[in-house]
Ligand binder design. Structure first.
Ligand code: NAP
Length: 309
């Protein structure tokens, strides 16, 4: 068993932003003897070969996983159950089966029952992404300095968890291990709610009658455009996140709505101290994120003011 993150044959099922970035990162680090890829469409598989982040493409996921010692499911969360069912009889004994899905508990319910004896199913989630999708969106540095959360099942072989951790570390990430339910709660507030709030505010602006669409676009540098980046994220992925992490998202929405009501009240009653205290506290959070190396300190998100409207 190697602790250097190297596998002889890696199968990537799904070749979009995350699958392609993983392919690039493996190529950069020389982490796989062979990378085999599969995706739904001919166009994606052909493009992946052309870009060169996979060595071989297979039309069927079942063919792609044959003799692979690492299989990574990189499809939207809603598709993993059917893919797991398709590949299960073809998985090699001793292989690690993992994934990159943004939701973990429901994914374990969908995939777990299909995993044959002798295959090590260790779910994972790299906390790295962009609003782009598809095989052209990936790049080798996507995971550098980011976290990858592994959510091993009860009874997972610690040696296999260590082996998968070494792989992700070689791709550039740091590793955290937690249980799936906790992952879903943490991600509900750090990722899911921010995206849903962004979808909502951009939708609201689009529906306004008193402010024109051209004004919203023209004056977007006032703050609105920072929400539009999140709200441009892949609709399939985010529909699946909502459907598969319903409880945790609704719990966080409950807290959010209470705090929003408190803010409305502070504004209504002119409670400047409450507003100032909150804005000071939140500014500190931003500083902590920069200090933790998860964001750059450059003003305006590092944008070039010369290119601003
Ligand atoms: P993406 O760019 O839209 O790519 C999805 C890929 O999955 C495409 O290659 C698609 O094939 C393929 N696919 C879809 N349904 C399939 C099926 N039934 N069988 C085989 N292949 C199928 O998505 P992504 O952003 O890489 O996201 C992939 C996963 O990563 C999701 O589970 C998401 O939750 C997770 N994730 C995303 C981010 C992010 O920021 N985007 C971050 C961390 C984790 P075609 O191209 O042929 O349609």
């Amino acid at each position: 068993m190697s602790g250097d993150g190297h596998f002889d044959r890696v199968a990537l099922i799904g070749l979009g932003l995350i699958g392609s970035s993983l392919g690039h990162a493996m190529k950069r680090g020389g982490l796989a003897g062979e990378i085999v890829g599969s995706a739904r469409s001919d166009a994606t598989r052909a493009r992946a070969l052309e870009i060169g982040f996979i060595d071989r493409a297979e039309t069927n996921a079942a063919d792609a996983v044959k003799d692979a010692d690492l299989v990574v499911l990189c499809t939207p969360v809603g598709a993993v159950g059917a893919v797991a069912q398709e590949i299960a009889p073809h998985l090699a004994k001793g292989a690690i089966l993992t994934d990159v899905g943004s939701v973990k508990a429901s994914l374990i319910d969908d995939v777990g029952p299909h995993v044959p004896d002798g295959v090590h199913f260790i779910p994972g989630h790299p906390i790295a992404g962009t609003e782009q999708s598809g095989p052209d969106a990936g790049f080798p540095e996507l995971f550098d300095g980011r976290w990858c959360i592994l959510t091993p099942l009860e009874g997972s072989d610690p040696d296999m968890v260590a082996k998968l951790s070494s792989f992700w570390e070689a791709c550039g990430t740091k590793i955290d291990v937690m249980d799936a339910k906790h992952h879903d709660l943490v991600l509900a507030i750090t990722s899911h709610l921010p995206h849903l709030i962004a979808y909502n505010i951009v939708g609201t602006a689009d529906d306004l009658e008193t402010v024109t669409k051209s004004e919203v676009i023209k004056y977007s540098a006032g703050g609105f455009r920072d929400f539009t980046r999140l709200a441009a994220s892949d609709p399939t992925m985010w529909r699946d996140v909502c459907l598969n992490n319903r409880e945790a998202i609704l719990e966080m929405f409950g807290r959010f709505s209470e705090d929003l009501a408190a803010m409305q009240r502070a504004i209504r009653w002119g409670d400047g101290d409450a507003l100032f205290d909150l804005f000071t506290r939140t500014r500190d959070i931003r500083r902590s994120i920069v200090d933790a190396g998860q964001e750059v300190a450059a003003p305006n998100f590092g944008r070039d003011p010369a290119k601003e409207d």
